[in-house]
Design a protein around this ligand. Structure first.
Ligand code: AMP
Ligand code: ZN
Ligand code: FE
Ligand code: FE
Length: 283
């Protein structure tokens, strides 16, 4: 039984490898199908589809959209989207514009703290893609201010850290609605980000399902077996689809590999058919 990986980032957002190289790693890892889920951008999908056609890997069009959840964030994955949908495109363009409003303010704060870097240096890493804090982290690493992306986040970029600047984020219901508009299936990413009790997470998923949520990311690189079981149980009780992926970013998260996460991730291929069936009913 082969494995799949439904959560991957590329250079079109804050991953460090282009889609073609991510597909190459997927082939080496024995991945039969994958989804490219860049933050707020779908522009890497055609390159991935083309590479997938050469390598015999099925490529599912995907997205990851951050949404506001109190002081924290919920990330919404979307699968089998009509990625050329014009309403989705304009929503994503607005999200990227909100990044461009925030990023220079982060740089200003870093400059005030005595660190020497410019937004131009950050943009040079990304080209026309979706720019995020991990790119700023990479410039800080390259200049020797921090040793790792984790250190950059802990000291400067994470919520509550010295150079943190919030960004305009949609409500979870809006992110879900935008994915539905493009006939995609919305899935709650890495549910461990929800700092709630087990009952609290269940209640949240119940509410999100009423707003259009279709699934939950049960299998994930950093999930402990007990968490995987907890999320499976939520999916079963709420009749949500089960998905999974590595959240590969390349250098930004150097301990995570395509297809296998930290070594023991295995997202079963059999999860794909129910997801496809759900997508067929809305197309
Ligand atoms: P942004 O999209 O600019 O808000 O940046 C958030 C992204 O940064 C997340 O989606 C992760 O990919 C990444 N990230 C968040 N926290 C960390 C961390 N502690 N270390 C490395 N990357 C992180
Ligand atoms: Zn990311
Ligand atoms: Fe995420
Ligand atoms: Fe992600």
């Amino acid at each position: 039984m082969s494995r799949i990986d439904l959560h991957l980032h590329t250079t079109y957002s804050d991953g460090s490898l282009p889609p073609t190289e991510v597909l190459g790693l997927a082939q080496k890892a024995g991945v039969s199908a994958l989804a490219i889920t860049d933050h707020d951008i779908v522009d890497g999908i055609p390159e991935a589809i083309e590479a997938g056609a050469h390598l015999g890997i099925e490529v599912i069009p995907g997205i990851e959209i951050s949404s506001r959840y109190g002081e924290s964030e919920l990330h919404m994955l979307g699968y089998f989207l009509d990625w050329q949908d014009s309403e989705l495109s304009s929503r994503l363009a607005e999200l990227r514009a909100s990044r461009h409003r925030r990023n220079p303010r982060i740089i200003e704060k870093l400059n005030e703290l005595g660190l020497d870097l410019t937004y131009e240096e950050v943009k040079a890493l990304v080209g026309t893609g979706s720019i995020g804090r991990p790119h700023i982290a990479r410039v800080l690493m390259a200049k020797g201010y921090v040793r790792s992306a984790k250190e950059a986040f802990d000291r400067y970029l994470a919520e509550g850290a010295a150079a943190y600047v919030p960004r305009d984020l949609p409500e979870p219901a809006e992110a879900i609605a935008w994915i539905r508009t493009a006939r995609g299936i919305p899935v709650l990413a890495h549910p461990t980000w929800v700092k709630e009790s087990a009952e609290g997470l269940f209640a949240l998923c119940d509410k999100l399902k009423a707003e259009g949520l279709g699934g939950i990311e049960v299998h994930y690189s950093t999930h402990k077996p007990q968490q995987t079981s907890q999320f499976l149980e939520i999916a079963r009780r709420l009749d949500l689809l089960v998905t999974g992926g590595s959240d590969f970013h390349g250098l930004t998260k150097p301990d995570i590999e395509v297809g296998v996460g930290r070594g023991n991730l295995k997202v079963p291929e059999k999860l794909l058919e129910p997801l496809k069936k759900a997508a067929r009913t809305v197309h």
